[in-house]
Design a protein around this ligand. Structure first.
Ligand SMILES: Nc1ncnc2c1ncn2[C@@H]1O[C@H](COP(=O)(O)OP(=O)(O)OP(=O)(O)O)[C@@H](O)[C@H]1O
Ligand SMILES: [Mg+2]
Length: 408
């Protein structure tokens, strides 16, 4: 575990045994030294609480969700495959953790013994974004055709998520830089759409990381998002996804309120986090950010309180190519209206008055972001039919959700 002050310490051990039926039986326990450490905290406050027992888990991967979080997803796996020519399928996850070493973003690291992992991430300099966009595009077209720069493998392979990305630095600040993918339905506008999504959240008073777009000479645009898991250059703040905390086999259609339950049980400031989550849900519905799966929500160490808080919002990408949400609102994953949001508010254990107030704040955030970006959005809409249809849909959602009385 990398600590907020930059120190590194052995937190626990995982033992795994492959079973005859192909599953993996795993055992995990915290190191006694970690349990007696003044600054210790659990890897996962719900599924691996801080005590001296041996935790057991038998599954296809043998990993607790918090360890799966440290694994690369589609993009990182492709990079690892290109570099090491190894089996990057889920059945090989424990080997991949060892290859990853220090898993960034995040604070965890993995080694075969209690020595510190050797592999560390070298972030790209932000000025290299131009070259990185071209390298990412060429790599996507033909993984064998180019030899990737070192920063690309090192800074790209451990990050989660499906879209191309690399870890970067600008001065002492660390960022996640997301590139358009040739597989995106609208690569030219992805970064701008995501910046708009983040701006809606920010205007609604939801914490978001600092972010900016970077335009490359190729005409492509990338999005740089400041990392929320850093504390100085060396310190890291452990965070884990709601997917790990919820620990459910199937997440499709799980209610948003399931996350509120976890926050209530775990957060060091549940009232604030639950209100922000409620507003994020409303913003997601209004702006058509349907990719609201449980890895797109996380809780992060609050070192002062030795507990966890909801992270700032991330990966907010409005789009029309996904028509159904992953999580449900009042049992629905599409055609979600004002009454559904108010009903889900009750499941968040919020009063009716509070729910309406938060809904209005969220909607006002979207209105403010639309107004602030009017010229830029109009230009994008003029050039891209998808953006025009999306803006029409957002305005329609706003009218239906925030101002139902103005509708005939
Ligand atoms: N600002 C941030 N600071 C630290 N970690 C972050 C930040 N933003 C995202 N992450 C982590 O990086 C992962 C990938 O980022 P993100 O979700 O934005 O990428 P993506 O490729 O668009 O994901 P998806 O596969 O959901 O489309 C997230 O799941 C989260 O764990
Ligand atoms: Mg994501």
């Amino acid at each position: 575990m990398r600590m907020p002050d930059g120190g590194r310490t052995v937190l626990g051990r995982l033992l795994h045994e492959k079973q005859a039926d192909g599953t993996i039986q795993s055992y995990f326990r915290y190191e006694p030294g970690w349990l007696s450490e003044a600054a210790s905290f659990p890897l996962d406050p719900v599924n691996l609480p801080l005590d001296s027992r041996i935790f057991r888990r038998r599954s296809r991967t043998g990993l607790w969700g918090v360890l799966e979080d440290a694994l690369p997803d589609a993009w990182g796996r492709r990079l690892l495959q290109a570099r090491h020519s190894i089996d990057v399928s889920r059945s090989n996850n424990i080997e991949l953790l060892l290859l990853t070493g220090w898993a960034e973003p995040g604070a965890t690291g993995f080694a075969e013994n209690t020595a510190m992992p050797g592999h560390t991430v070298t972030p790209m300099e932000m000025e290299m974004t131009d070259q990185a966009i071209i390298a990412a595009e060429n790599f996507e077209k033909d993984a064998n055709a180019i030899s990737l720069p070192e920063f690309f493998i090192s800074g790209g392979s451990s990050a989660g998520g499906a879209r191309p990305k690399v870890l970067a630095r600008s001065g002492a600040a660390l960022y996640l830089v997301k590139f358009p993918s040739i597989n995106d339905p609208a690569p030219d506008i992805m970064a701008n759409l995501e910046a708009f999504g983040l701006e809606c959240a920010r205007e609604a008073g939801i914490p978001v990381p600092e972010f900016f777009t970077v335009s490359a000479t190729s005409g492509r645009v990338a999005l740089a998002v400041r990392r929320f898991d850093t504390s100085g250059e060396q310190g890291r703040l452990h965070f884990l996804s709601l997917q790990s905390l919820v620990d459910s086999e199937e997440q499709l259609g799980l209610p948003y309120a399931r996350m509120a339950e976890i926050i209530r049980a775990v957060s060091t400031d549940p009232e604030t986090d639950i209100r922000n989550l409620f507003k994020q849900m409303v913003v997601n519905i209004i702006i058509c950010n349907c990719d609201d799966h449980l890895k797109n929500f996380s809780m992060i160490l609050d070192p002062a309180a030795r507990g966890f808080r909801l992270t700032p919002a991330y990966d907010l990408v409005p789009n029309l190519w996904q028509r159904q949400h992953v999580l449900s609102v009042a049992g629905k994953i599409s055609d979600i209206g004002r009454d559904d949001l108010l009903r889900e508010g009750r499941r968040f254990a919020l009063s009716g008055r509070r729910t309406r107030h938060l809904l209005n704040e969220a909607a006002a955030g979207v209105v403010a972001a639309l107004a602030r970006n009017r010229d830029r959005l109009e230009k994008l809409a003029a050039d891209h039919a998808h953006c025009r249809q999306l803006l029409d849909q957002v305005r329609e959602n706003l009218a239906a959700i925030a101002y139902p009385e103005t509708r005939s």
